[in-house]
Design a protein around this ligand. Structure first.
Ligand code: BTN
Length: 332
């Protein structure tokens, strides 16, 4: 017999298989190898976690509704990836999923490990900014990637996160999502997600990267009215209804794995037409803050190495590796 946790997952899996029909307590008890009172206890724990299960004497148990939780029992059975997210660390609350993933990396966690939390108390954004992480509303996740890559190439995995998320929002939810260089995802000019990539390296090659992504999913207008640096939005605000976070997460993971494999095979180059096509700044005059310098120019393209190429009024070109776009002509 497995641990109490795996027994409960197995009972949930069996109930999900027959969602909407009764499964007898005896059958569950026999399949998982515990007593019928044992099954009853596990079902009660599932109810405490938000699963709606009807019990009827003589018939058994029927799963009627599942909570919008990112718990492993809700994600792993539908996970359509080869290697991403199979090592799944789910936390109801954590300081920062990136910090947690960095600790797991130090302990030797495998490539593709995923940390996901319902809430963060110290969510971090770029440049030491805070990432407000309302409980059970958003998706706060970190992916551990261990393919050794030249340092500049490893940093490009943020683009893969942005591309995968934009495709998820466009294709699954029909939302006009776009990429704001270097690593924000916007809908109608408002920020819906941010990406924070942290890499540890040995000399010229990465040992691992942690790609942390915060997605505003079911936040209400009031919740998005907080102390945000940029105008913010959520998927629900854009679609007009609450969406299942499980679907967002599952679709995103499948796409991330696909795009990351394309990236490992041929580098960033073949992905650039799509990334540039989804970038709302291309061809527009933008102002970028890089440390204590402000650069204004027309966004021309992204180089194969991941730099943003700006054209100046005098015809000269400049590559920008990091910074914050503070204004796009006609936009934010
Ligand atoms: C940004 O827009 O500045 C990046 C925000 C990244 C937030 C995510 S939420 C999950 C992961 N854990 C963190 O502490 N930060 C990232």
């Amino acid at each position: 017999m497995g641990s109490a946790k795996s027994t409960q997952l197995e009972i949930l899996r069996l109930l999900r298989e027959k969602e909407g029909s009764f499964v007898s307590g005896a059958a569950l008890a026999e399949t998982v190898g515990i007593s019928r009172p044992g099954v009853w206890k596990h079902v009660n724990r599932l109810k405490q976690k938000g699963y709606e299960v009807q019990s009827r004497s003589g018939l058994g148990y029927m799963l009627v509704a599942i909570p919008d939780s990112l718990a492993p029992g809700e994600i792993l059975p539908d996970l359509a990836t080869e290697w991403l997210g199979h090592s799944y660390h789910y936390l109801s609350t954590v300081g920062s999923t990136n910090d947690y993933a960095l600790l797991l990396a130090a302990e030797g966690a495998p490539h593709g490990t995923l940390v996901v939390a319902e809430q963060q108390t110290k969510g971090r954004g770029r440049l030491d900014r805070q990432w407000i992480s309302a409980p059970n509303r958003g998706i706060y996740l970190s992916l551990l990637l261990k393919t050794p890559l030249p340092i500049r190439v490893a940093a490009q995995s943020a683009y893969i996160g942005a591309l995968a998320l934009v495709k998820t929002l466009r294709e699954t939810f029909e939302l006009a999502a776009s990429i704001k260089w270097p690593n924000d995802v916007l809908i109608h000019g408002r920020k819906v997600a941010g990406i924070l990539t942290e890499t540890q390296s040995d000399q010229d090659f990465s040992r691992f990267s942690v790609v942390g992504i915060g997605i505003n999913v079911n936040h209400s207008i009031q919740e998005m009215d907080g102390p945000f640096r940029y105008p913010a939005t959520s998927i629900a605000m854009e679609t007009g209804f609450a969406v299942r976070r499980q679907k967002v997460l599952l679709d995103f993971l499948a796409r991330f794995e696909r795009e990351y494999e394309r990236f490992l095979e041929n580098g960033l180059g073949p992905l650039l037409p799509e990334i540039e096509g989804y970038s709302e700044m291309m061809g527009k005059t933008i102002r970028v803050v890089c440390g204590n310098r402000e650069i204004t120019g027309v966004a021309h393209s992204i180089s194969n190495e991941g730099a943003l190429l700006l054209l100046h009024a005098d015809g000269s070109r400049e590559s920008v590796w990091a910074g914050d776009i503070v204004r796009i002509e006609g936009g934010i």
